[in-house]
Each structure stands twice: as structure tokens, then as C-alpha cells.
Design a protein around this ligand. Structure first.
Ligand code: GRF
Length: 201
């Protein structure tokens, strides 16, 4: 299954997909890795693995027209690699409904987009999920892989893994344990999608 992966930062989840696919443990070919951030370390990880990279930066303070233009350019860049699935893995931007509606291969087939999120959705959507879960005092949180729709972390849930919150946890220690669970879950869901177990392809 041919995928494009989008990252904004470190790309440790991406690294686990790279490792599993290169080891032959995952029936996935990463056609390219893209980012909104040209300095994302995830792009370095991809380059080191011999994977093509691209970046489509979004200007600070972009207005609605500039955002629409950014969505179109990002969509065109993704589609130029002809993926069957688009994976948002630590990609910290929201794409538009238009982006999702027009994310289609040359033959018209829709390209599903999935995302990893460091909480048990629908609890704690948004960019500060780990901090918000800690602030709320939950004893169990976790991670979710879901299909992306035009809301913020609202698309259909594909799989989840619970992670216990420990008394001594701070945001960094809890996030690190969640990311360990996320890496396993993301690879499992990709394998399931490749076998068409979620009806996405
Ligand atoms: C992950 O927890 C992801 O869910 C969140 O940001 C983190 C990305 O980590 N949105 P990395 O870039 O894969 O290391």
C-alpha cells in the first residue's frame, strides 16, 4: 500500500513506520514524507531512509485566502506521489473540507486520510491533548488512530490503546509513554487498512 506521511516535528512515529516497512514487517511503501515545516526533523529521518520529501509552509497569520491556497498546494504536492492513503503523524495543521473532498487519485478514487492523536478521543481533542488530560486528572488516557474529517480530531475512530496515568507523570513522561503506544497502534492500523479491514480502500 502506497502512502504519503505528513509530519510537523520530530517524526518518531514516522520512524517506526519507516523501520517496519523497511524490515518487511509492514506491507507499506512510503512514497514521500511532507511537512508544513521545512526544518522538521521528520524530513531528515525520511531523507536518511532514502525517502523523497517535500515541504509546503503556511505563512504565520495567513488569512482565509492564503489558507485556501496552502490547502490546494499541499493537496497537489501529496497527490503528485499518487498515494492510496495519506497519514498525518504528528502533523499539527488542520486541513480544509475542500482539501479532503478533492484528495482524489487520477482515476477519481478518494484518498482516505488518517491521523494519530495522543488521547482517547472524543476526550481531549486539539493540540494539547496530553496537557489537557493531565490537567483534568484522568487516571487513564491513551492514543487514537482515526480517519480525518473536516473537524478537529472528530473523524471516525479506527483503533485506540489505553495508557495509565502515573502519579509522578508530567506532560513529557506521559507523552513519551503514549507515543510508545502510538507507534505500535499506527503500524497495526496501517497493516489493517492494507488488508482492507476498515473498508477504506
Ligand atoms: C504524537 O503524539 C502525535 O499524536 C502528536 O504529536 C506527536 C508527534 O510525535 N500529534 P512525533 O513527531 O511522531 O515524534
Amino acid at each position: 500500500m502506497r502512502i504519503v506521511v505528513l509530519v510537523s516535528g520530530s517524526g518518531s512515529n514516522l520512524q517506526s513506520v519507516i523501520d517496519a516497512s523497511q524490515a518487511g514487517d509492514l506491507p507499506v511503501e512510503i512514497a514521500a514524507v511532507g511537512s508544513d515545516n521545512p526544518d522538521a526533523y521528520g524530513l531528515v529521518r525520511a531523507g536518511t531512509a532514502g525517502i523523497e520529501t517535500f515541504s509546503v509552509p503556511l505563512e504565520r497569520g495567513a488569512d482565509a485566502e492564503q489558507r485556501a491556497d496552502w490547502n490546494s498546494r499541499l493537496r497537489d504536492a501529496v497527490l503528485s506521489y499518487d498515494p492510496e492513503v495519506l497519514v498525518s503523524s504528528g502533523f499539527m495543521r488542520i486541513v480544509s473540507a475542500e482539501f479532503l473532498d478533492t484528495l482524489r487519485r487520477a482515476d477519481g478514487r478518494a484518498v482516505p486520510m488518517i491521523n494519530t492523536h495522543p488521547a482517547l478521543l472524543p476526550s481531549f481533542p486539539g493540540a494539547h491533548a496530553v496537557r489537557d488530560a493531565l490537567a483534568h486528572g484522568v487516571k487513564v488516557t491513551g492514543c487514537t488512530v482515526h480517519q480525518v474529517d473536516s473537524g478537529v480530531d472528530t473523524g471516525p475512530i479506527l483503533a485506540q490503546t489505553p495508557v495509565e496515568v502515573r502519579a509522578e507523570d508530567d506532560e513529557a513522561t506521559l507523552h513519551e509513554r503514549i507515543k510508545t503506544a502510538e507507534r505500535t497502534l499506527l503500524n497495526q492500523v496501517l497493516a489493517q487498512i492494507a488488508r482492507n479491514e476498515h473498508g477504506l480502500r
